[in-house]
Design a protein around this ligand. Structure first.
Ligand code: C2G
Length: 447
């Protein structure tokens, strides 16, 4: 009996897939089909698969061509499947020519001509019309956003807005965008969603105008400086039936999401302390440490450590204290430490623009603790540690590129669902509350 194996995601199953499976089956007597798991697809950078693993498996089964279906969960599984199941032929579409030649060592490799004119990507785009996105601002983060957006389907970055036309022009040229503008109303009329990456103090106004014009908004952090502004913008988004989301990449990357579930699963017992730090030394001429109104380490950086505290301990803290080192009179906080006291737990958030520290995250529990090394906000690895050092559990994840692709994927998925994520709104409100408190309450000055 000749055994054939093939693999795929088989999202929104179409006749291209069916053709491939039919020809693969005809190569032998018995066809095994590997369907990728959600985690494996995320791992290999396929971020916007629409259907669940169960739906995709069911669709493949319903074709009646597969004699056996397996789930593909990890890199290297193909070799394991082929050797364990004594497979004779590995078949795959011609878009992969050459990429699986290494399997020739284990069985015969056959590339089958891909069916032209049909793909899951095209079906996804047909289901959800392409989002035409405009970028507000043309600084460092906006420059990083464009290459990241290329990894996400369903979106095209069309244009850029900057009140300084020269900056907008050179940004548009650099990234080959269709248009640039220094007129915000004109810019908004040419897109259906915006990514706001302008200076912090301009976020609120740009977001409000975009929402009023019925555009979806993905806004860099900190989205706003006060809770009232956050509430107003979310209410406006609901009224206009559009999505407003703060661009917190860590919240949407696979490693951090797993870390939160793991910490909350009870494996380390009850969580009693969360200690997170993020410091980044910046040169003296940077706006982040020049401008007292809009800069400083809390405003610039506190989002990340607070994300960890809020996701793990929630928002019902009883007290918050701020300790800051200013360096010079009238200057911004170059370093700050925040203490959030919860019933039965405590969190610390350490941020610095002029003071350096270890950028790790430690979650302490009654049975053990989780250690995430720097840079924990690009979560690729974490350890569960217990009293017995032999019990240590190591977890590895992929964090691709600059990670902005994760927040953008979530943003698009929310647009297609037509619904904002209540937890994400609560998070943004929680962050704005802390920034507002910091600006209006007593800060313990260090030195
Ligand atoms: N395919 C095809 N014609 C199309 C579209 C897809 O022949 N118009 C083939 C692909 O070449 C692949 C299979 O259908 O062999 C499944 O395609 P996808 O669902 O896109 O999965 P893919 O990302 O190619 O998975 O381990 C996973 C595999 O390596 C490939």
């Amino acid at each position: 009996m000749t055994k054939v194996i093939t693999y795929g995601t088989f999202d929104l199953l179409h006749y291209g897939h069916q053709n491939l499976l039919r020809r693969a089956k005809a190569l032998g007597d018995y066809l095994i089909v590997g369907v990728t798991s959600e985690n494996y697809d995320r791992y290999r950078g396929k971020l916007n698969v629409q259907q669940t693993l169960m739906e995709r498996v069911e669709n493949v089964r319903a074709l009646g061509l597969a004699d056996e279906i397996v789930v593909e969960e990890y890199e290297g599984q193909k070799i394991d499947d082929i050797t364990r199941r004594s497979v004779d032929i590995f078949a795959i579409g011609s878009d992969w020519v050459g990429r699986f030649d290494y399997l020739n060592e284990y069985c015969k490799v056959v590339y089958l001509e891909r069916t032209k004119g049909i793909s899951s990507t095209e079906l996804r785009d047909r289901r959800h019309p392409l989002i035409r996105l405009g970028v507000v601002g043309s600084g460092r983060i906006a420059n990083r956003f464009i290459p990241e957006s290329k990894f996400v389907s369903g979106v095209t970055v069309e244009g850029v807005f900057n009140p300084h036309l020269d900056s907008a022009h050179s940004f548009a040229q650099r990234h080959e965008l269709a248009f640039y503008s220094d007129d915000y109303a004109d810019f908004l009329s040419r897109v259906n969603a915006v990514y706001i990456a302008s200076p912090h103090e301009t976020h609120y106004d740009y977001a409000r105008q975009a929402l009023r014009a019925g555009k979806h908004v993905l806004c860099e952090k900190p989205m706003v400086f006060t809770a009232a502004e956050a509430e107003e913008l979310f209410a406006l988004a609901r009224e206009k039936h559009v999505i407003l989301m703060e661009a917190i990449k860590t919240a949407y990357c696979p490693g951090f999401q797993r870390l939160v579930s793991c910490a909350k699963s009870g494996k380390i017992g009850q969580i009693v302390a969360v200690d997170a730090a993020f410091t980044k030394l910046v040169p003296p001429h940077m706006r982040a440490i020049q401008n007292r109104e809009t800069g400083g380490s809390v405003t610039e950086l506190v989002t990340y450590p607070l994300l960890a505290a809020f996701k793990l301990l929630g928002y019902d803290y009883e007290e918050i204290r701020f300790y800051s080192y200013f360096g010079q009179k009238g200057g911004v906080d170059l370093f700050s430490q925040l203490h959030l006291q919860y019933p039965g737990a405590v969190a610390t958030a350490k941020v610095g623009l002029g003071v350096k520290s270890e950028g790790s995250l430690v979650i302490s529990g009654t049975r053990g603790y989780i250690y995430v090394p720097a840079p924990w906000w690009k979560t690729e690895y974490f350890e569960l540690r217990f009293e017995n050092p032999n019990e240590v559990e190591k977890n590895f994840y992929k964090f691709s590129g600059d990670g902005l692709r994760y927040e953008l994927t979530e943003f698009l998925s929310r647009i297609s669902k037509g619904q904002m994520d209540g937890c994400a709104c609560r998070l943004s409100l929680g962050l704005a509350e802390v920034i507002e408190k910091y600006r209006s309450s007593d800060v313990v000055k260090l030195g």
